[in-house]
Design a protein around this ligand. Structure first.
Ligand code: G3H
Length: 552
């Protein structure tokens, strides 16, 4: 009994990590797989305009999908290069050479020319949508629907970035006059940008940072994640086709080795890192000149959904279920804690459990599949440890399909009621297990959010204006976005995606990215110096300066 709430576990709080029902969701044998197995992808790197089939240090890339007849044999779908320090340095030298202190071909191209190249690239990328989506399904276990959307969303993002780049140039094509100073201001590239993406959006979250950086004329080095490198491979020939040599490189390998080596040189001008706070901290510690390194960071999160006493339970259940389960809870914006008022707790848990138990479970290509295999080797064990810890400290598994797993396929477990002694109270689970805490005083969830180390988003379910106002005011200085009767999410991608604490530094969207990876640079003179004003205007009208005045 908790605060008068009776919680009974339909599975007797037992864990079944050899679940037969889940085993049956895997194909019986290789012949039983519903779609073609991709032909093994070569481990590819892009360095200095060349696609390198590297053989220095390759390891197999395995899909999380197994077959019932060979449950311990993960199918190899490609090879992955653990790029060496030497390869990382070759990439850096190529990027520096292309940038050439701001004199390189790409950086000196007009913005319009860069936009045209980017448009052509996006058009070619679109033709590869299915191929890339299939690799996302096979390598990271993303459902067919979500894998397809990751690619189409990325292409839409590129097109938005192009529009924003044109708008930026347009807005800067005018004279400004203030306090006796006449000038033009133009955003210009910073130099060499290093970008990395996480396994849950290996393609999209790389592009969200490096596309604006590239459009601004920077040379970029992209590090693809350990899980999720193969979807990048079909794109490499497109970079060679559309962009000058050295303007973009792609490396695979250990973050510590690749990113650490590069940041440690002090020759990276901006880094866009999406990953964990501890990795970011380790990486940045190695920067010899942190005072001149621009850092865009997006990290962990522990987003809460808070149901107020007057929440519409059925509607909140729908939003919570989708917010908890999308890509098996492996999203920074997934609900990782649900707070429910004690007056609604029993009804909410019952309806949520029924909803979660009804989720289609299967392989990424199965029609409507929501629960799919997990690609990180250690994740099923981690999820089991979190559940065991919570059970030992008084929580229950409240859904019929909870506490079950077979190899990489784990059903979603709802744990309730959770308390501060449990690991899941504060750890970012990033997987298929969601804790529910029951409160009597709304100050409890307010304190939990505001004293936590993360600050991405928060969702409030209810209609009481006075109470919502109190919560908005209490939480607005702790998260980057508050959703009312709506789920947490990054999109629409034109809005600023940001947060506080260990969750984010900087803003992830195209318009802000263009500014982040550039320096607003002025050419100015005194308005009362007629001769100099004349020179400035002549420069603008003529072809003497391509950098500022020819920037269009
Ligand atoms: O995993 C972090 C992502 O930025 C979340 O994006 O809300 O669109 O799934 P999403």
């Amino acid at each position: 009994m908790t605060k008068g709430i009776k919680i009974v576990s339909p599975v007797g709080d037992r864990l079944d990590w050899e679940c037969k029902e889940l085993k049956d969701k895997f194909p019986k044998s290789r012949n039983d797989i519903g779609i073609p197995i991709p032909k093994p992808q070569e481990c590819l790197l892009l360095i200095d305009g060349e696609v390198v089939k590297s053989t220095e240090n390759p390891t197999d890339v395995h899909t999380p999908i197994v077959t019932q007849d060979k449950p311990d044999e993960h199918i190899a779908i490609g090879r992955f290069e653990m790029a060496s320090e030497q390869q990382a340095m070759q990439a850096l030298e190529a990027a520096e050479h292309a940038y050439m202190y701001g004199r390189g071909t790409w950086v000196r191209m007009s913005m319009e020319e860069r936009c045209k190249r980017m448009e052509a690239f996006a058009g070619d990328l679109e033709k590869k949508t299915d191929e890339i989506a299939e690799l996302l399904m096979w390598e990271i276990g993303k459902s067919a629907k979500d894998a397809g959307s990751e690619v189409t969303r990325t292409i839409a993002y590129i097109r938005t970035a192009i529009q924003e780049a044109r708008a930026l140039v347009e807005s800067e094509s005018r004279w400004q006059e203030q306090m006796g100073i006449l000038c033009q201001i133009r955003h210009l590239a910073v130099g060499v940008v290093l970008a990395s993406s996480p396994f849950n959006y290996p393609l999209n979250e790389a592009y969200t940072t490096f596309i604006p950086a590239l459009l601004m004329g920077n040379s970029v080095i992209v590090r693809a994640p350990r899980n999720g490198a193969t979807p990048h491979f079909p794109t490499l020939e497109l970079f060679v086709k559309h962009f000058p040599r050295g303007s973009i490189q792609l490396l695979t390998g250990s973050g510590r080795q690749v990113m650490g080596t590069l940041v440690g040189t002090g020759r990276i001008d901006a880094v866009a890192f999406i990953g964990t706070a501890s990795s970011a901290k380790g990486l940045l510690k190695g920067a010899p000149n942190p005072q001149r390194l621009r850092v865009m960071y997006e990290g962990e999160a522990k987003d809460a959904a808070i149901l107020l006493p007057d929440a519409d339970v059925a509607a909140a259940v729908d939003e919570c279920a989708s917010g908890m389960t999308s890509f098996n809870g492996q999203r920074c914006t997934a609900f990782k804690m649900i707070w429910v008022h004690q007056s609604q707790a029993e009804a909410f848990l019952e309806q949520l459990a029924a909803k979660i138990d009804g989720l289609p479970t299967g392989m990424p290509w199965d029609e409507g599949a929501k629960v799919t295999p997990l690609c990180e080797d250690t994740k099923p064990g981690y999820v089991r440890d979190l559940i065991s810890d919570a059970l030992a400290k008084g929580a229950h598994i409240v859904n019929r399909t909870g506490g079950r797993c077979y190899k990489t396929l784990c059903s979603l477990s709802i744990l309730a009621p959770v308390n501060k002694h449990m690991r899941i109270w504060s750890e970012e689970q990033f997987g298929p297990v969601t804790p529910v805490a029951v409160y009597s005083d709304v100050q409890e969830p307010i304190d939990w959010v505001s004293r936590g180390e993360y600050g991405l988003q928060c969702a409030l379910f209810g209609y009481d204006e006075a109470l919502l106002g109190r919560l908005v005011d209490a939480l607005a200085y702790h998260v980057g976005r508050i959703n009312i009767n709506a789920p947490d999410q990054r999109g629409p991608d034109v809005f600023p995606f940001t947060g506080r604490g260990n969750s984010a530094l900087g803003i992830l969207n195209a318009a802000e990215g263009l500014k982040f990876f550039s320096v607003p640079t002025m050419v100015a003179t005194k308005t009362d110096d007629e001769r100099s004003v004349g020179v400035l205007k002549a420069l603008n009208a003529g072809d003497k300066s391509s950098v500022l005045f020819g920037a269009k």
